[in-house]
Write a protein that binds this ligand. Sequence first.
Ligand SMILES: Cc1cc2nc3c(=O)[nH]c(=O)nc-3n(C[C@H](O)[C@H](O)[C@H](O)COP(=O)(O)OP(=O)(O)OC[C@H]3O[C@@H](n4cnc5c(N)ncnc54)[C@H](O)[C@@H]3O)c2cc1C
Ligand code: FES
Ligand code: FES
Length: 433
Amino acid sequence: MTVQIRSSIRFLLNHRLVELSAVSAVQTLLDFLRIDRNLRGTKEGCAEGDCGACTVLVGRLLDGQLKYESVNACIRFVGSLDGCHIVTVDSLATPGGPLHPVQQAMVDTHASQCGFCTPGFVMSLYGLWMENPKPSVTEIEKALQGNLCRCTGYAAIIRAAEAVSVIGDLDRDPLVAERATIIQKLEGLKDGKRVEIGEGSERFLLPASVDDLAEIYEAEPKARIVAGSTDVGLWVTKFMRDIAPVVHLSHLDELRRISVDETGITFGAGVSYTESFPLISKYFPQLIELWNRIGGQQVRNMGTIGGNIANGSPIGDTPPALIALGASVVLRKGKVSRTVLLESFFIEYGKQDRQPGEFVEAVRIPFLDENALCGLQDHQAAGRGHLRRLRRLPPDLRWQWQGLRSRDRLWRHGGDTEAGRQCRGRVNRCRLD
Ligand SMILES: Cc1cc2nc3c(=O)[nH]c(=O)nc-3n(C[C@H](O)[C@H](O)[C@H](O)COP(=O)(O)OP(=O)(O)OC[C@H]3O[C@@H](n4cnc5c(N)ncnc54)[C@H](O)[C@@H]3O)c2cc1C
Ligand code: FES
Ligand code: FES
């Protein structure tokens, strides 16, 4: 396969086109904004995706549609932004000009005190406003799960979110009114080429296609694949790990496809939690609570199901539920693909059935039989009766109950029978009060 190569990345930053040919594989978007571009409105709090002070919007094209999502700039690598539109808080109002409706709403409802968290809240609320101009309180809380404020209190911020549509007209917002022009500019950046930048520990690649990814990764199996970077970002910002050469996936539309047939749903490995949510909630409503508790909105916008499985983390939240549902992973090495049941994919602690140069291409969840029982069983709420029922299970299924701790959840599907399938795992709690 002959692939054309480009040695720069190109993206829109607020109103400008940026082209970079000298950028490190581990340069974060936050450092790029604050240090290289002197855009200091975006703040650094935790540098690990928890506090939301660094929230910016990233617009990406998929099938001609442009969607803006809130992301954590502190754990997003600049190299992953080829073809995107980055919107920072600095662009919302011109000096001396009127505030953006979201900013005005924050002022009117006294939703800011020290102000450190405020730019992050503004950007999360801006993202929400574009998607849902009249959100309910629950929807506002969900959109703000990834933003922490330690002095104002959330009630005023929620009132601000409710006030935005009273103050502003979404149709006149620049990102809505100028959408066709922005789409045209972003389409113009797509040239179907592979991007290769840097050398040695600075090197990163953006494959031209999934076939190109397969070729690159087979030839260089020690390269680090980066999808949403919600795990890998922290290896850099917290552990100072050298991760290059890096191969990015988030720009590959082919890996962001979702297909539904009569027997189940197949999610491309690059599908994020947010992108998968509509179909997950339609076909597997038992998973809604789990999905809503993964990270905050920014992490769900970036993080992928494929990454949660490929990282092999013993505290990953989706594998227990997906194993219980009988999900499988499609693995690919070079031109060869194979499908493995997720339960067989995890061999033992930290060890997976994945060959060097083999990557996760898709995750498939089969539909449940009509009469199948599936649920998120709360260990404490389940009580003794349930414990007695579980004791009747064959020993190979029973172990999953033993050692459950108070925050553990037991995923079950198929009833208390040998044919049933279950798996335990933890779900993080998230509260806004
Ligand atoms: C603030 C915060 C909160 C979080 N909360 C949760 C939570 O509640 N529950 C939870 O389970 N996780 C949580 N995470 C962890 C993380 O979001 C998930 O594990 C996520 O699914 C990782 O996906 P990613 O696309 O970001 O992976 P990345 O960080 O890009 O990659 C993770 C690993 O998978 C590999 N990888 C990624 N895609 C592929 C592929 N297609 N083929 C082969 N290898 C691949 C990478 O090489 C790397 O080793 C949280 C993270 C943060 C920062
Ligand atoms: S700085 Fe805290 S989430 Fe990025
Ligand atoms: S206003 Fe001070 S942390 Fe939110």
